[in-house]
Design a protein around this ligand. Structure first.
Ligand SMILES: C[S@@+](CC[C@H](N)C(=O)[O-])C[C@H]1O[C@@H](n2cnc3c(N)ncnc32)[C@H](O)[C@@H]1O
Length: 242
């Protein structure tokens, strides 16, 4: 387990605006575990769905892999003739991710790439995972990425997408967001930490509604969409290429 996340404790102003730098990398596991309801379940869902939809000798992708938690779920679900392509634009993240894996797995099972996923090639894919990453892309980049993923999937392949969302009703967004803040508070974050992190993410993490995600998926060609999981304002979807 990583160090405890104290980035937004009183007196610590280095977290503005939020980036996936070395400081965040060092506390990332603790941060995501205490900040995202259903995160550990999302990893199990990825493994389960990959077992179901993986096609022999195809590629599987973990876009925005951070420290490789989803990569591990993918590896546990595929055969050794295939590889996981794990991509992250944060240099400290991908370096730590690579360091962790090289002690445990055969070098050729995962390809680690330090690049912006908007520039990545997606090819011969049966499973593509974007676990809480799309929200950090510019809105106009999201559709282009979805198009690229759709084109890079082979028939029967799937995209698993997890995102923080807001609701079309402002009242519901406020209500759920209050419950979400008490979830964080129960996980040990103070009011100051919660509000400082929210400020630091302003304009960096931009949520959309569930409808916007489904519409985008339809627009690029996915005819089949399934909600796999929903925890407060965090959702996991599966989009299948038929
Ligand atoms: C919340 S974390 C993702 C967690 C991870 N997918 C998991 O399941 O544990 C977001 C990650 O996306 C990466 N990221 C954000 N924008 C990116 C981009 N345009 N290209 C590649 N990686 C990006 C960040 O560096 C960060 O590591």
């Amino acid at each position: 387990m990583s160090k405890r996340d104290k980035i937004f404790e009183e007196g610590n102003v280095s977290g503005l605006p939020f980036t996936f730098n070395q400081e965040v990398t060092e506390v990332f596991e603790d941060m995501i575990d205490r900040s995202v309801p259903g995160y550990s379940t999302s990893l199990k869902v990825i493994q389960e769905q990959t077992k179901k939809h993986f096609i022999t000798q195809s590629n599987v992708y973990d876009l925005g892999c951070s420290l490789g938690a989803s990569t591990t779920s993918l590896l546990n679900a595929i055969s050794e003739q295939s590889k996981v392509i794990a991509i992250d634009s944060s240099e400290p993240m991908i370096r730590s991710c690579h360091d962790r894996f090289k002690k445990q797995i055969r070098e050729d099972l995962v390809e680690f790439i330090n690049e912006d996923i908007t520039n990545s090639a997606i090819d011969n894919a049966s499973v593509v995972v974007i676990n809480f990453v799309l929200q950090f892309l510019k809105i106009e980049e999201r559709t282009l990425l979805f198009k690229k993923i759709y084109n890079g999937l082979i028939p029967g392949g799937i995209l698993i997408l997890s995102e923080k969302v807001h609701f079309s009703s402002e009242r519901k967004t406020k209500e759920v967001s209050n419950i979400y803040h008490s979830f964080k508070s129960k996980n040990g974050y103070t009011k100051l930490e919660i509000s400082s992190k929210r400020d630091s993410l302003e304009g960096v993490l931009v949520t959309e509604t569930e409808d916007q995600h489904i519409t985008r998926a339809k627009e690029v060609g996915f005819k089949n969409s399934n909600k796999l999981m929903s925890n407060l304002n965090f959702l996991t979807y599966k989009f299948k290429k038929i």
